[in-house]
Design a protein around this ligand. Structure first.
Ligand code: HEM
Length: 239
């Protein structure tokens, strides 16, 4: 019986090239996973600080002031965070382009839904929504903060953060946009957080427990952020 090669294109790729291709794509996935885990960690600490704006406004003020004026946070951790966001975004786009190319070569008819969930096939969409949210969020808080400190050169005021944050959630539209973004963040994390361990080759007896933890975190943290936004919208500071 005559056996024909079903992938004639691949026949032209030398073995060495194949392994190079593989390692670079695996390396990209690992970088994606590590930067994602770093951002997940940031999200957890960001949530802990922000939930104090609901339960203990004075603590929120003093923690925000510390974060805003501590040189280690401002000049070391903040640039690392920005670099983490950029790496995750650039790698995500690269992987998406790579996957699309691979799909069009490998499958005449790609039936995505046959082997993957909507969330896992649309990480790029949920990721871009989270990125757009970050743009709005930086405009709302971070740019204002940079202008306050470094452009207007206002004096330090450790008591201002609580009122400034609550004020942001006065408009219904902003609150709705934030809550909708948190829903997409949850979808992004639902697949991303769990699969980051897979990308790093973690597969042992703890895997089921890790997966359960990632799912609880993926839903719980965005839900908590939504609670903060809605709470402040419903409890404005009366002047
Ligand atoms: C109700 C929910 C949230 C509130 C009230 C909130 C509040 C804040 C505040 C007050 C700052 C300014 C910190 C500073 O002084 O520099 C900030 C910065 C930031 N937030 Fe949020 N945030 C929320 C949700 C989120 C979410 C879901 C994300 C990510 C997807 C996020 C990502 C960031 C980032 C990256 C920064 C810049 C951090 C820095 O460099 O200082 N935030 N947020």
């Amino acid at each position: 019986m005559l056996i024909t090669n079903p992938y004639p294109k691949f026949a032209k790729i030398k073995k060495q090239q194949m392994s190079g291709l593989l390692t670079s794509s695996i390396a990209r996935k690992v970088v994606m996973a590590l930067s994602g885990l770093f951002l997940v960690f940031f999200l957890g600490q960001h949530f802990v600080i922000n939930i104090t704006s609901v339960i203990a406004p004075d603590t929120f003020n003093s923690w925000s002031h510390f974060m805003g004026y501590n040189p280690l946070v401002q000049f070391v951790l903040q640039p690392i965070l920005i670099a983490g966001v950029i790496v995750h975004f650039v790698m995500g786009i690269t992987l998406e382009i790579q996957n699309n190319r691979a799909r069009s070569v490998n499958y005449a008819k790609y039936k995505g839904s046959a082997n993957a969930s909507w969330v896992s096939r649309n990480m790029i969409i949920t990721g871009l929504v989270v990125l757009a949210f970050l743009g709005l969020h930086m405009y709302d808080f971070w740019i204002h903060e940079m202008a306050y400190k470094y452009i207007e050169a206002n004096p330090e005021d450790p008591t201002r953060y609580y009122a400034e944050t609550v004020e942001k959630f006065e408009p219904l539209l902003r609150t709705v946009i934030y809550v909708a973004s948190f829903a997409l963040l949850a979808l992004h994390l639902l697949h991303g957080f769990a699969s980051s361990f897979q990308s790093m080759g973690v597969n042992n007896k703890y895997t089921p427990a890790i997966t359960t933890f990632t799912k609880i975190y993926a839903i719980g943290i965005p839900l908590g952020f939504a609670f903060i936004a809605i709470y402040h919208h419903l409890n404005p500071i009366t002047h």
